[in-house]
Design a protein around this ligand. Structure first.
Ligand code: ZN
Length: 282
């Protein structure tokens, strides 16, 4: 049975921590390096429901995409929800490891998993990492569809392929426009509009889009925008990462049990469709 430090060394080879953004907080949050690991759970968010699931499962290691403490802390008192996560992890001998922006830009990374879930053919990174001579690492991916779809149908396709959330999928731009090339970026992607426009992609699928950036990106431009739930765009990475660790486990004869949480931790929990036209009596 491998020790935590053995498993972490392999995870760090997949997602080198030094490739994370300066502001990010990746790496091992809790865990004894010498503790034995037999069961691993992958999830997007290190929130209480996921820790409870890890406890039920008997996991020794929880690997999440999002950091627990992004900006540091001065307390892990269990009266605070994050402190309780720390206490429950330690009490139950569960290590926590985070791979965030270092997994976003990896090859394969978060947006490769997103493209894979949507059956898209990855052509290149949306924002290539200059330090990668192979030109495969970087933020987001530019992809091609095997058969062009209207923006509306592409959104329907995404709604079928991504895990269900209360938000569902929103579309901006002409729903009847044809989509042949699409840029994708798991997580919040509205800082990437200029890069997307530079690729000439017909559409951009990402999460967390807002009124003004979307309004400005679609005025006078044929670009279609597809806004999915943040959690749903990053969850496919958990399956990819679990498959990668499974393969590593086989190679070393570790016999790890690797699981992916299906718990929806997108914070939006319900959606009500509007039924009233502006100005109409209700
Ligand atoms: Zn994210």
């Amino acid at each position: 049975m491998p020790r935590l430090s053995d498993v972490i060394a392999e995870l760090d080879a997949l997602w080198p921590p030094e490739r994370a953004e300066q502001w990010d907080a990746v790496g091992t949050v809790a865990g004894y390096p010498d503790a034995e690991v037999s069961r691993v759970l992958f999830a997007v968010d290190p929130v209480q429901e996921i820790v409870d699931e890890a406890v039920r499962l008997g996991a020794d290691l929880l690997v999440t995409h999002h950091p627990l403490y992004l900006r540091g802390t001065t307390t892990v008192a269990a009266g605070h929800f994050k402190g309780r996560v720390v206490h429950d992890l330690i009490k139950n001998d569960i290590a926590l490891h985070v791979a965030h922006t270092n997994a976003d830009t990896a090859d394969p990374g978060v947006s490769d998993a997103l493209a894979g879930a949507l059956d898209l053919r990855v052509v290149r990174p949306l924002v290539p990492d200059d330090s990668d001579p192979s030109g495969r690492r970087g933020l987001g991916r530019v992809c091609e569809l095997d058969h062009p779809l209207t923006l509306r149908d592409f959104a329907e396709h995404a709604a079928k392929r991504l895990p269900a959330t209360a938000q569902g999928i929103r579309v901006a731009g002409n729903p009847d426009a044809l989509v042949r090339t699409v840029a994708v970026s798991g997580g919040s992607g509205d800082s990437l509009f200029d890069a997307v426009r530079a690729t000439g992609a017909d559409a951009f699928l990402t999460a967390d889009l807002r009124h003004h950036p979307v309004s400005e990106a679609t005025q006078g431009s044929p670009l279609g925008l597809v806004d999915a739930a943040h959690w749903a765009t990053e969850w496919p990475w958990c399956e990819l990462a679990a498959a990668q660790l499974d393969e590593i486990s086989d190679r070393h004869g570790w016999d790890l049990r690797v699981h992916v949480s299906k718990t929806v931790t997108d914070p939006w929990t319900a959606h009500a469709a509007s039924t009233t036209t502006a100005g109409a009596p209700n």
